[in-house]
Write a protein that binds this ligand. Structure first.
Ligand code: BGC
Length: 355
């Protein structure tokens, strides 16, 4: 009997809510990469929820389904002909691929700054993701994970988003003399809490704001040595040098804009939709930004430099703290439970095989 040509995967028909399924799909094709990987775990994030709700996402050209998942962790089954990887290595797959033109940024490896929008992303935009029993990857887009991290390696992708955001803040700060002291992080989800842990490595006075008044999030923030605030950023009692906004919620963003300190930098890292906001008058916001030399900028995705920086930073954080970020583990066939967020959820992970 020949080997089965099918495996199970979590798929969705993008832009059609209610179409997510755990279904048979063909085994990964060689053109997807020379390394064959067995899935260990895949993290779930807001982008996956948006895709399942039909708000975002694109299937590969000419196909109906997109295999979901961009926060991967897998074990190499077959390293293929290129050196550098061996059977059993733990690997994570990079999310974005450069556009084919390529634009100047993609041409120099800064696909996270793609300037023509023709980039593709695994599990999000036109390339199948990592929520399948097996996946293939090109060696140049596979990142080896320290085996001692175990399942915590699944946090590498969100950590890259944080590493890029922090790097950009540091680049922007070079425009003037800058002594960073205080940072406000809005949203105590996985991105906000990883940002908290990384900002602590820089020795900053870290403040985290979330709407939860009690429970796992405030407890974790305090355990990580940061100060927790619930309510509005307007009431935190100081003007932060740096703000990393991870909620994507209009009112929180608007409060952050008003609360920034002189020369302050506000990094928008959350992706939200709609909602209502007590409106700010654009000219007043601009005048305030001018008079305070403020910078408000957006940051998305990560390139190889950030993958390297994130793996270095993750290695420096103690494992007990990282462990606390994974709040729930679900089986792939129960993926809808993983996508339904509960108030105390931080990072929910779908586990495909034992580690
Ligand atoms: C992913 C990024 C991606 C972005 C937009 C995020 O959830 O972490 O890699 O670029 O979504 O698609």
């Amino acid at each position: 009997m020949g080997k089965s040509k099918y495996m199970k995967a979590i798929t969705v028909e993008p832009k059609k809510p209610g179409t997510a399924k755990w279904m048979d799909v063909p085994e990964p094709d060689m053109h997807e990469g020379s390394i064959l990987v067995e899935a260990v775990a895949v993290g779930v994030c807001g982008t996956d929820v948006d895709i399942v709700e039909g708000k975002y996402g694109w299937s590969p050209h000419g196909q109906q389904h997109l295999v979901l998942g961009h926060e991967s962790l897998g074990r190499v089954i077959d390293p293929g002909p290129t050196g550098g990887f061996k059977k059993g290595d733990l690997v994570v797959g990079i999310v974005r691929r450069p556009d084919p033109v390529p634009c100047p940024n993609c041409a120099v490896g800064e696909w996270d700054m793609c300037s023509n929008g023709l980039y593709t992303e695994r599990g999000i935009k036109e390339i199948n993701g990592y929520m399948s029993e097996r996946w293939r990857i090109e060696p140049e887009y596979a990142v080896k994970v320290d085996p001692s991290l175990g399942i915590l390696g699944v946090l590498l992708e969100p950590a890259t988003v944080v590493a890029k955001a922090i790097e950009q803040v540091v680049f922007i700060s070079r425009r003037s003399f800058w002594e960073a002291k205080t940072i406000l992080i809005t949203g105590a989800g996985p991105i906000g809490l990883l940002a908290t842990l990384f900002a602590k490595l820089y020795g900053l006075d870290v403040h985290v704001l979330d709407r939860m008044e009690s429970g796992a999030k405030p407890d974790l923030v305090r355990a990580f040595g940061a100060t927790y605030h619930s309510g509005s950023a307007l009431n935190i009692g100081f003007k932060p040098d740096t703000i990393i906004e991870c909620t994507g919620v209009g009112q929180v963003i608007s409060d952050c804009i008003q609360q920034m300190g002189a020369n302050g930098i506000l990094c928008l890292a959350g992706i939200g939709h709609g909602g209502t906001t007590r409106s700010l008058v654009t000219a007043d916001v601009a005048a305030n930004a001018v008079l305070n030399n403020n910078v408000i900028f957006g940051s998305v995705n990560a390139n190889k430099r950030h993958w390297y920086k994130a793996s270095q930073a993750l290695a420096r954080v103690d494992r007990t703290s990282l462990q606390k970020l994974i709040s729930r583990i679900e089986k792939p066939e129960n993926f809808m439970n993983a996508l339904n967020r509960k108030p105390d959820d931080i990072k929910v992970v779908i586990q495909f095989s034992e580690i």
